[in-house]
Design a protein around this ligand. Sequence first.
Ligand SMILES: Nc1nc2c(c(=O)[nH]1)N[C@H]1C(S)=C(S)[C@@H](COP(=O)(O)O)O[C@H]1N2
Ligand SMILES: [Mo]
Length: 201
Amino acid sequence: MPETPREESRLPPGQYVPRGRPVIHYGRVPTFRPDTWTFSVFGATASGEEHRFTWPEFAALKRVTLIADFHCVTKFSLMGNEWRGVPATALLSAVPPAPEARHVMLWGEYGYSANIRMSDFEAALFATELDEKPLAPERGFPVRAVVPHLYAWKSVKWLRAVEYMVEDRRGFWEDRGYHNIGDPWREQRYSYQEEPGDGPP
Ligand SMILES: Nc1nc2c(c(=O)[nH]1)N[C@H]1C(S)=C(S)[C@@H](COP(=O)(O)O)O[C@H]1N2
Ligand SMILES: [Mo]
């Protein structure tokens, strides 16, 4: 059996493991209302239609476990999180995108958003549990995105919608000076580091 790599070798450049497990977000924690909550998939869907899941429908999707570290661009990393949730691949089969959709916008409550490439989306999880417990309200209850290989601002808490996109557009932080792709292993922190092709103008 291969050993789990030690934490040091799992830390991208410039990151550190803090004491405790910080919670960080912009704005306040929303209240979950199961009767009115919906999760929509819209934009460049194969059918051209928007699809909305109610909470019971979403909760009935198959779930998997994913163990992953996450890296905040402010430099702390939370190691070895055990996420459980719906893999994006399940959503892609339930609501297929149009073949020309190459990008995805993840939408949280209050209009928080983050854009990722379709290839990043395929590796994402819609987490409903962390470390064998339902997500805490401040961690994104009832559903948060987990995009394990990109900076954590892309892991949108209180996720409410997924928009398939043909053309790339910047999300909340990408529009405020952060890198369009945000790969922590390449330290893609800020938009001034972008190379041609990394993002929309
Ligand atoms: N909806 C929403 N999701 C968000 C944020 C936010 O402000 N709003 N902040 C992001 C940032 S910058 C980080 S580092 C992580 C923090 O996740 P945590 O609070 O579970 O540590 O959530 C991300 N998801
Ligand atoms: Mo962050």
